[in-house]
Each structure stands twice: as structure tokens, then as C-alpha cells.
Ligand binder design. Structure first.
Ligand SMILES: *[C@@H]1O[C@H](CO)[C@@H](O)[C@H](O)[C@H]1NC(C)=O
Ligand SMILES: *[C@@H]1O[C@H](CO)[C@@H](O)[C@H](O)[C@H]1NC(C)=O
Ligand SMILES: *[C@@H]1O[C@H](CO)[C@@H](O)[C@H](O)[C@H]1NC(C)=O
Ligand SMILES: *[C@@H]1O[C@H](CO)[C@@H](O)[C@H](O)[C@H]1NC(C)=O
Length: 360
């Protein structure tokens, strides 16, 4: 869809010019179209791999007379003419994507878990717990895992393990970017791209980290309550006026070149945020205009801001919680999310929560 709009812009420009000064410019238009044709032929192979030529053109058209900071480009040494946006998800390819999720079914909520290729333990714990809650209050809930390429360790062995695991479960989606902490924004945008292209008929999606407790029943109850928007809806644990970390040693350090403002826009904490499915495509599209930085949740906040939208406070804001020091069955039965310490905790707490008898 978006790939077309660059050419449309060009067309529109051409039409405008020709209606104003028809004759003298006709030759120039012809030359321009000829040149464009040649260029598009030359670069047609790009569309299969990188951002399309139309997108590249649009970038430049938009970039010339705007007062905004340019997107972060990376120059591919093999193809020096093509500069591409590092976090723009269509620069990457899915190398593993044979799940039935959204292909043979239409989930109400798709839970997408970004996880490192080597973290089988976390995936298995999720498969045994909230990832196995597929029918909740009559609604189909599906869980998939999103992986990049292994970045360290025995890469061959890790990659073989991932393929075998997927043969068993068919719930892994792997893209060809290097999976690392600094690349989390790429991972999130690849998730959005997958949702936009594979799951457009789902109602909602949730990006949820692999170290989370998720109460799926409460999540679905919240979504089905009257008044919950079906579009332009992003909710979770809201962060307001968060200062950008400028301490170099911090895990969350962001240099001023990447993000100059001292504060982030309002965003939802990355541990687990829920979006109406329409937003996935809009994030992918608008990400072309936003310089990427390594804080994925704040980056989504930037996407919302650029779209002129705001994250919404959940009906019971306390349902999206970060840490809890101690397990409490009653509390866990009432919230939607919690950050946990280990995968073992997830299985232990879950088993306890699901045992018969009232939790409170
Ligand atoms: C280019 O700028 C126009 C006008 O601001 C905008 O509508 C369009 O969406 C921009 N292009 C891209 C890549 O989004
Ligand atoms: C998921 O739940 C079903 C029963 O609802 C059970 O048979 C199956 O073993 C569970 N899967 C895992 C991985 O625990
Ligand atoms: C990496 O794993 C492969 C396949 O399991 C194995 O054959 C190879 O010896 C391993 N390499 C190292 C350096 O451990
Ligand atoms: C992030 O991913 C890109 C694309 O795969 C890769 O070129 C880059 O080295 C990665 N960065 C890190 C720090 O892993």
C-alpha cells in the first residue's frame, strides 16, 4: 500500500506542473519519466529486499524541505546508492515463518513475545502457562515468539535448535536482523510489520516480554468491557515525562545525536503493551519518518506522537504492574501483567494460581 504512495506523489506533482505550464515543460516531463523508468528498472531488484525505490524516493522528496531531523541511515557498502533506515522493518526478511497463527485462524488477541534465540527456557515456560490459554471467554488467543539471528555462542547449534523447536511447535517467527539488546527497536518494528502483513484481521495484539506474568482472563475481560476502542488504541503501564538517560554506562543510555529532547513522549512500558491491530501498520508507515533509537517502548511513544495519537490509560491502571516483591495469589488473580524474576517463577506461580479454590 504505502509503496505506491511515492509514485502517486510524483504523479501528482507531474499533473500539477503540466496544468500550469503545459507546452514548455512537456519535454522535461517526458525526460523525467524516461529517467524515472530507467531508474526504476535499474533499482527494481531493491523492492524485493530493501525499502522500495518509491519509498527511497519519498524519503528524499520529504527530506528536502522539512525542518525535522533526518532519519538514521545506514549505507550498505555493497549497494552504495541505497541508504536505508536501520529500524525500518522491511529491510529485514523472515527466515522462519510457518506458523498457522493468523493464517488458518483469526485471533481476537495475538500475543507476540520478543525473545532471544537461545532462551528456550522462557518459551517453554510460556507454552506451559499463559501461552497455552487459547480459548478465553469464547475468544481465540494465540501466542507467537519473535526472534532475530543469534549474535553470540555457537551460532550453528543455536540456529539448528531454533529450527527443531519450530518443527515441534510452529510458533517461532525469525527475522534476519542480529538479535541484541541494542537492536530491540528493530525487533519491535519487525513485530509490527509481521502483525500488519499477517494478522490484519485480528482485533488486538500485545507485545509482551518473555519474563512476564500475564493474566489472559483479565486481559480479555478488560478488552470486552464496553467503551474499549477498537481502533487507535494503545494501553499498558503509562510513562509520563520520562527523562532520557544520558549516563553512558546505563543500559538505557541514549546519546543526544539519536534523541535530542530531554524527555520522552508519553509511552507504554515495554514489558507488555496492548494495541488495536490497525496501529501495527501505522507504526510501520510512520517509522520511516522517525529517527530510530534503542529504547523500543519510547520509540513506539514517538510513533504515536507523530501519528497525533496518545496512549490510553487502562480502565484500571494498576492492572498493568511492573514488579511485585512477593507472590500473592489474590493479587495475581486480579492484575493483567507483572514482571517476574525467572521462568521457574512463572510456572510455579501459574500452577498455584490455577489450583481449585477461590484465590482471595
Ligand atoms: C511525506 O510528507 C507528506 C506531507 O507532510 C506526508 O503526508 C507523507 O506521509 C510523507 N511521506 C511518508 C513517507 O510518510
Ligand atoms: C496445554 O493445555 C492442554 C490442556 O488444555 C494440555 O493438554 C497441554 O499439555 C498443554 N500444553 C503444554 C505445553 O503444557
Ligand atoms: C557448534 O555446534 C555444531 C552443531 O551442534 C557442532 O558440530 C560444532 O562442533 C559446535 N562448534 C563449537 C565451536 O562448539
Ligand atoms: C543490529 O542489527 C543490524 C542488522 O542485522 C546489524 O547490522 C547490527 O550489527 C546489529 N547491532 C548490534 C549491536 O547487534
Amino acid at each position: 500500500m504505502k509503496e505506491d504512495s511515492g509514485e502517486k506523489d510524483v504523479e501528482r506533482e507531474v499533473v500539477e506542473i503540466s496544468t500550469h505550464q503545459r507546452k514548455p515543460i512537456l519535454q522535461a516531463i517526458f525526460k523525467f519519466l524516461l529517467l524515472l523508468g530507467v531508474m526504476m528498472t535499474t533499482f527494481s531488484y531493491i523492492s524485493a529486499n530493501r525499502a522500495t525505490w518509491a519509498e527511497y524516493l519519498q524519503y528524499n522528496l520529504n527530506g528536502t524541505n522539512k525542518n525535522q531531523s533526518p532519519p538514521l541511515y545506514q549505507v550498505d557498502p555493497n549497494q552504495p546508492f541505497i541508504q536505508y533506515h536501520l529500524a525500518y522493518p522491511r529491510n529485514y526478511h523472515f527466515i522462519l515463518d510457518d506458523t498457522e497463527v493468523c493464517r488458518s485462524n483469526t485471533p481476537y488477541v495475538v500475543l507476540v513475545v520478543p525473545v532471544a534465540p537461545g532462551n528456550r527456557k522462557a518459551r517453554d515456560a510460556i507454552r506451559k502457562t499463559w501461552g497455552n490459554e487459547t480459548l478465553v471467554q469464547g475468544e481465540l488467543i494465540q501466542t507467537v515468539f519473535l526472534l532475530g539471528l543469534p549474535s553470540h555462542g555457537n551460532i550453528t547449534a543455536l540456529q539448528e535448535g531454533v529450527s527443531e523447536e519450530n518443527l515441534q511447535y510452529h510458533d517461532l517467527i525469525q527475522s534476519d536482523f542480529i538479535d541484541s539488546y541494542i537492536n530491540l527497536t528493530i525487533k519491535t518494528m519487525v513485530i509490527m510489520d509481521w502483525l500488519a502483513t499477517q494478522c490484519p484481521k485480528a482485533s488486538y495484539a500485545m507485545k509482551i516480554d518473555s519474563d512476564m506474568f500475564l493474566n489472559v482472563e483479565n486481559l480479555v475481560r478488560m478488552l470486552k468491557a464496553p467503551g474499549i476502542p477498537k481502533k487507535e488504541y494503545l494501553t499498558g503501564m503509562l510513562m509520563w515525562n520520562r527523562p532520557v538517560v544520558r549516563t553512558r554506562s546505563s543500559k538505557w543510555y541514549v546519546p543526544e545525536e539519536m534523541y535530542p529532547d530531554p524527555l520522552y513522549p508519553t509511552y507504554t512500558l515495554g514489558m507488555g503493551y496492548l494495541l488495536s491491530i490497525d496501529l501495527a501498520r501505522r507504526f510501520v508507515d510512520v517509522s520511516k519518518l522517525i529517527k530510530p533509537f534503542n529504547i523500543e517502548d519510547a520509540y513506539i511513544g514517538m510513533c504515536m506522537k507523530k501519528l497525533g495519537l496518545h496512549p490510553t490509560q487502562a480502565p484500571h491502571p494498576g492492572d498493568f504492574r511492573a514488579y511485585l516483591n512477593v507472590y500473592n495469589r489474590c493479587t495475581f488473580s486480579r492484575v493483567i501483567t507483572y514482571i517476574l524474576g525467572t521462568s521457574e517463577q512463572l510456572v510455579t506461580f501459574w500452577t498455584d494460581l490455577k489450583k481449585p479454590g477461590p484465590p482471595c
